[in-house]
Design a protein around this ligand. Sequence first.
Ligand code: BES
Ligand code: ZN
Ligand code: ZN
Length: 468
Amino acid sequence: MNIKLVKDGTQNSDNNLVVEFMTIGELKENENAKVLQKAGFKAEQDSTCFLYDKNILVCGVDANTVDNIRSASSGAIVEIKKTNYKSATFSVDEKILKGIIEGLILGAYEFTHYKSKPTKSKLKNINLSCSDVKELSEAFEDAIIIAEATCFTRDIVNQTPEDLNPLTFAVLAEKLAKENGLECNILGEKELRAEKMESMLAVGRASRHESKLIHLTYRPQNAKKIISLVGKGLTYDSGGLSLKPADSMVTMKMDKAGASAVLGMIKAVSELKLDVEVHAFIGAVENMIGGDAYKPDDVLVTRSGKTVEVRNTDAEGRLVLADVLDYAQTTVNADYIFDFATLTGACMVALGQYTTGVMGHSHRLKHNISKSANESGELTASLPFNNHLKKLLKSSVADLSNISSKPYGGAITAGLFLDNFIKDENKNKWLHFDIAGSAYTETPWDCNVYGGTGAGVRMMSEFLKSLK
Ligand code: BES
Ligand code: ZN
Ligand code: ZN
């Protein structure tokens, strides 16, 4: 699907469908009101109505906001792809351009890698018609880069745990580094042992795949800020010896979504050519069972020197991140440290499937991030730390337990566990994003289709763009 900006090109024909967005108020005034009413079209958000004899598709929106247009164009493109039209034209202006591009690219996304006969759509060209192509071209290019980086992340998440394991993750990162001119450093288990990353190593011990720590760097000449992005890359989370029940294990290939998002972010930043130095740190590990598996009752010595009593091997992401966060902080002196992780089912219980949980100490940073998230179309909510929840991580045998002693507030206690591995001087520079709910879906919503959503990529690209 080729998308281009064109000047005043809205001719409808048997090959070219013209797409119109319409609110209920606009419906009454529309020249096709009668036939639309006959078809039962009420201009409800995300509803569509084809007027085939006129080669027009009408899409309902509650209001002409970017969020509504993104969602509507996402639903529209799914419908258009089922028809025989070779091209479609949308009218755009500065306000809705980004929403339309994201809706089209993210809504049209399909992961067909494992289909022996993928269905092919006839739709080849999308024309975005505007009055001044030059004026919109930079915003156009940026939106395409960000949407495609989001699809890149989805492609990684959607691959099977057999195809996308810690080794192939590292190979994929090396390929991205080569293509986008990034520095790349990969640590295997020998190097992880030398770094004393026993916590991360313990999680991956029963896997046939060697654990890998991947460090990519985008280093522009005049960097205004330095950012460290850390991603949970559990290429499979069986739960380990605290084995997940069969139904909960399905979809756990998505436990690498944080790491996949971080790769998407550094891809976007390097293509947007932003003046920010970005480091991506990925802990790529598989949590399995076997005679060699780490166990409940083990005590792990983390890279930081703090000891952790393992009471549940399914709370493995925090054990990997403890070491990767510590490594990131000693390797790079960053202005901001953000980690992305499908960390807890509790986050989904607290916020629902659509919203990313944001945790950290700096209210200002949380506020700034939520502004960028809003502008990007991603949903976030702050989950507040407190000292009572913090005490629930106490252990009688080690410095810390890897699970809380009480069953409530699990997303926050997981965030507080990570906080133990954030150095004092970095407390206000760090935020933790729990994307357990938002990273994957089995039912389409907004511009998300079945599978990985690419959660985090649009929000972080927007934030990094906003840094001056
Ligand atoms: N990867 C899971 C969290 C998860 C659950 C992500 C559902 C996406 C969907 C994580 O490693 C995990 O298993 N967490 C446990 C923590 C518990 C043992 C304290 C959980 O959420 O149940
Ligand atoms: Zn787990
Ligand atoms: Zn996990």
